[in-house]
Design a protein. Structure first.
Length: 241
C-alpha cells in the first residue's frame, strides 16, 4: 500500500507539489494524471526516495520514506520514462543481474526470474546484447525487467510504455495486470488515455502541484457529465488557476 501524507516539495521558491494526500491500496492500479509540469514526476521521485520531501511524508508498504528511505526503496520497483537506468556497456542480462544483486537477491533466484521475464517480454534474442546497442523499445522492456527483478511490493511507473511498439505495449500492460492480480500496488503516470482506461482502478489528477480529483473513472465521468476520457481530463484541469 502507498499512503501520501501532506506531501510537499519546493524548488527554491517554486511549489512543485502542494500538500498532496491520498492512498493506493494493495492490489490496486492508480493512474496519476496531469499536464506537463503538474508535479507528477516530482511526486513519483519523492515516493521512490530520489527526492526528499520539503514537508510531509509517505508510507511505502508501511515504511516511512523520510525516516527510513533505504528500507522504503527496497519495497519499490521504479521505471521512469526516458531514463532506462541501464548501463550501456553491460548486456541486458548483466544489467538485470546487477540490480538484483543490489537488492541482495540470490544469484539462482536472479537467473530464474530473468528467464521468466525474458519469456514474458520476448527478450531472449537480446539478453546477451549490450544495452547501448538496443532500440528504444528494447531498452524499455529491459528496464522494466530491471525494475522488478527484486519482486517489489510496489511499482512506480512513469510513462512505462513510452517508445514501445503495439505488441510490446500489450505485453507490458498484460504484465501490469498480472502484478495487480498478485496483490502488487501500482502507481503510474501516462498521457495515453486508452491505457489509463484499460488498466486503472482509480485515477488521481494533479494540476499545478495540487490534487484536484481522485476516484474511479465511472465516478468522475458521472460527476462531470461526460463519457469521453479526453474531455473529462480537460474539465478537471482546464480553467483552473
Amino acid at each position: 500500500m502507498i499512503e501520501l501524507k501532506q506531501l510537499v516539495k519546493k524548488f527554491d521558491k517554486a511549489l512543485a507539489v502542494d500538500n498532496i494526500s491520498f492512498t493506493v491500496n494493495k492490489g490496486e492500479i492508480l493512474g496519476l494524471l496531469g499536464e506537463n509540469g503538474a508535479g507528477k514526476t516530482t511526486t513519483l521521485r519523492m515516493l521512490a526516495t530520489m527526492l526528499t520531501p520539503t514537508s510531509g511524508t509517505a508510507l511505502m508498504a508501511g515504511v516511512d520514506i523520510v525516516k527510513d528511505p533505504i528500507k522504503a526503496r527496497s519495497r519499490v520497483g521504479i521505471l521512469f520514462g526516458g531514463e532506462s537506468g541501464l548501463y550501456d556497456r553491460l548486456t541486458v542480462a548483466e544489467n538485470i543481474r546487477y540490480f538484483g544483486e543490489l537488492n541482495d537477491i540470490p544469484l539462482d533466484v536472479i537467473k530464474e526470474r530473468t528467464k521468466k521475464l525474458a519469456d514474458i517480454f520476448d527478450m531472449n534474442d537480446y539478453l546477451d546484447k549490450r544495452a547501448g546497442k538496443l532500440s528504444k523499445g528494447m531498452r524499455q522492456k529491459a528496464s522494466f525487467a530491471r525494475a522488478i527483478i527484486h519482486d517489489p511490493d510496489i511499482l512506480l511507473l512513469d510513462e512505462p510504455t513510452s517508445g514501445m511498439d503495439v505488441s510490446a505495449i500489450r505485453d507490458v500492460q498484460d504484465f501490469i495486470m498480472t502484478l495487480k492480480n498478485q496483490g502488487k500496488t501500482v502507481l503510474f503516470s501516462s498521457h495515453t488515455m486508452s491505457e489509463v482506461e484499460k488498466l486503472c482502478d482509480r485515477i488521481a489528477v494533479i494540476h499545478k502541484g495540487k490534487l484536484v480529483a481522485i476516484g474511479t473513472l465511472d465516478q468522475l465521468k458521472q460527476e462531470h457529465g461526460t463519457d469521453n476520457m479526453d474531455e473529462l481530463f480537460v474539465k478537471l484541469v482546464g480553467g483552473k488557476s
